[in-house]
Design a protein around this ligand. Sequence first.
Ligand SMILES: [Zn+2]
Length: 445
Amino acid sequence: MQPDLILTDAMLVTHGEAPIPRAFVAMGGGKILDCGPMERLPPSDAPKLSLPGRLLTPGLINIHTHAVLSLMRGIAVDMGFAPAYTPGVPHGHEINAEEALALARLGAMEALLMGSTVMVDSYVHGEVTLPAIADLGLRIWACGRLHDVDFSRVHLADWRHVPEIGAGRLAEVEALIAQFHGSHGGRAHVIVAPHAPDTCSAALLRRAADLARDAKLLTTTHLSQSQLENAEIQRRDGCSPTQLLERCGLLDDRLIAAHCIHMSPDDVARFGAAGATVAHVPKGNATGGAIANTPALRAAGARIALGTDNLTQDMAEQMRWALATARIRVGSVGEGWQPEDAFAMATVNGAAALGKSGRLGQLAPGFAADVVAWDFRRAHLTPLLDPLGTLVHDANGRDVEHVWIAGRQVVEAGRPTQADEAAVRAAAQSAAEGLWARARAMMAA
Ligand SMILES: [Zn+2]
């Protein structure tokens, strides 16, 4: 096949290979046709883009985020725990579809500009946020928020499970599957996302497991995010949240579980033996004062992938937080927690969690043409001696210059090609101001 475009003269880093100082990547039909050292580039009259001083990597895979929760920026992280459990912040059930759309477009545009090509996203109004994120050009695995708790009471530490709420949310997931699973040229997917063990009854968790199995879908949830959740499940079900997922048929290699902070050694062993994936959120969790025991989880057999949750969509930052927090656990710098391990978490591990090993997460022939060009012609990325170490320890999402997804350029010179950046920012600002004003008025009442 004749390439649509050949990127030339750039450095290249991909999982399991030595960096190539001067490389080419030939893309065609949405895939990588060939890549390697410039000396190997065959003669071709295909269009070329010369990128000296740039680093090419595979697109990054953000395995856990809530694009709408860009709403919380700069405030909620200092108020305690996750927004759904925190009084005084806007809550999901108070967000209308128009506001969710405006905020999701902002979160997704930000992710794209910082080099993510895949997002796993769940929150409210999936019927508008899922297609909006896909419309920006991203690959998306998304869902609404599946729960049967009355979310208007959870921030008061009051869990009331209402079967009609669960039935309504399940129907919404089924409608999403019918409308969007496989849409947008195969870039859009539905993932079944029960919110958390404490916000879903055991009965609803079982129904979610049945739905995922019957529809052959992946599942994602929050797991042992707080001592509060652990205590509530112990009171309600007489077990740990991990044991509850196991009983309900959700603990398997199709599960992507965010946080996994407050786990006993028995939980870690069960989770690892199931081959489930930790959606590790090192920056958010460390900022909140607690962190998953990733060395123990990985040793037990769990896969570790990275997510930004409701903080800045900067996956470069997450890679170094993942290294730093693991090293605090093990107490040293050594084998096993090096830049290549963090890079794997942000690429191939996420691809494996999504069942896309061999198709996403690497720059190699036959993989999707999801490519990020980082501009390394900058003071903080000089001198350039080790591209991968410099990427993980020193680069920021803001250093991303170009992004291609399935061979289509979706970021050009730091700007989105599929959205009006100023308009997206203005709509999100307006939605956030309105939601925070309503939340403050409610607190004052
Ligand atoms: Zn989350």
